[in-house]
Write a protein that binds this ligand. Structure first.
Ligand SMILES: O=C1O[C@H](COP(=O)(O)O)[C@@H](O)[C@H](O)[C@H]1O
Length: 260
C-alpha cells in the first residue's frame, strides 16, 4: 500500500487544469518509457472537468493519442449513447476532439449490447477484455494501468463501489455487476478494489464542499468498507487531488503547505 500524497488547489477549475497538465505529462512519460500508455477514466463531475480541461490544453498535442489505451473504472449500465453513461460524457468532454485509436478505447458494455440486461455477464465480458490485455508481468489479471483516476463521491464511494455494499468486499473478481446502487442508476459495472490496486498510480479527485467529509474520512484511517476511497491506492503512487473546499475537514498534518 502506498501512503497517499495530498495536493490542494485553490478551486475546482484550477484543480481540473492542473490535473489535466499532470495527466498529459504522465502519459507522455509513459509513452516515452514503454511506447504506449494506459489510463483508466472516471465518470462524475471532477473526472469530466479534467477531461474538458485537457481538451482545452495546448499541450494536449504532446500526447500521441494513437498510442493510448483508455479503460473505465465504472459505468452506468444504460443503453449505448445514453447521456448518463460515463463514456458518452467522456466522448463529449474530450474523446471526440482528439485522434484516439478506436481499437484502443475500451468502454464498458452498454445495456443494449450483446449481454442484454445481464450486468453480471457484461462485467465478466469486460474482465475478459482486461485479462486479454494484461501481460504475464501484470498484476491481478488486468494491465498495469499507468494512471487510474477515481472521482470520490460525497459518501466516499469510488468507481461504483459504495459503502457497505457487496462490491466493496470483492476480493477475487476484477469487474463486477452492481445492483441496487444507492446513486442512480441502480445497475452499474465497476472495477473492484483488487483491480484498482493493480494500477501504477491511482489519482482520487475531489472538489467541492460536499466532498469534504468523504475526503477527511478516507484520509483519516476509515476502513474501506465504510469509505471505499480509503481502499483505493496504487502500487507506485496514490495521489489525492483536492480543491480547498474538499480539503476543509482534513487533519492539519495532511493539509500540505499551500499548493495553489
Ligand atoms: O456515479 C458516479 O459518481 C462518482 C462521483 O461523481 P461526482 O459527480 O460526485 O464527482 C464517479 O466517480 C463515478 O465514476 C460515477 O459513475
Amino acid at each position: 500500500m502506498t501512503a497517499p500524497q495530498v495536493v490542494v488547489h485553490r478551486d475546482k477549475e484550477l484543480m481540473a487544469k492542473a490535473a489535466a497538465a499532470r495527466l498529459i505529462t504522465r502519459i507522455v512519460d509513459a509513452q516515452a518509457a514503454r511506447g504506449s500508455a494506459s489510463v483508466v477514466l472516471t465518470g462524475g463531475r471532477n473526472g469530466n472537468a479534467l477531461l474538458a480541461a485537457l481538451a482545452e490544453a495546448p499541450a494536449r498535442d504532446a500526447v500521441d493519442w494513437g498510442r493510448l489505451d483508455l479503460w473505465w473504472g465504472d459505468e452506468r449500465y444504460l443503453p449505448e449513447g445514453d447521456p448518463e453513461r460515463n463514456v458518452t460524457q467522456a466522448r463529449q468532454a474530450l474523446l471526440d476532439a482528439v485522434p484516439v485509436d478506436p481499437a484502443r478505447v475500451h468502454p464498458m458494455p452498454a445495456s443494449d449490447g450483446g449481454h442484454g440486461s445481464d450486468a453480471d455477464a457484461a462485467a465478466e465480458g469486460y474482465a475478459a477484455e482486461l485479462a486479454k490485455a494484461a501481460g504475464p508481468e501484470d498484476h491481478a489479471g488486468v494491465p498495469s494501468f499507468d494512471v487510474l483516476m477515481l472521482g470520490v463521491g460525497p459518501d466516499a464511494h469510488v468507481a461504483s463501489l459504495f459503502p457497505e455494499h457487496p462490491g466493496v468486499r470483492e476480493t477475487e473478481r476484477t469487474v463486477i455487476g452492481v445492483h441496487g446502487s444507492p446513486k442512480p442508476p441502480p445497475t452499474r459495472i465497476s472495477l473492484t478494489l483488487p483491480a484498482i490496486r493493480a494500477a501504477r498510480e491511482v489519482w482520487l479527485l475531489a472538489a467541492g464542499e460536499d466532498k469534504a467529509n468523504a475526503a477527511a474520512m478516507a484520509l483519516s484511517g476509515a476502513g474501506e468498507i465504510q469509505a471505499p476511497a480509503a481502499g483505493a491506492y496504487g502500487r507506485g503512487r496514490t495521489l489525492w487531488l483536492l480543491d480547498r473546499t474538499a480539503a476543509a475537514q482534513l487533519p492539519r498534518e495532511l493539509y500540505p503547505p499551500a499548493s495553489a
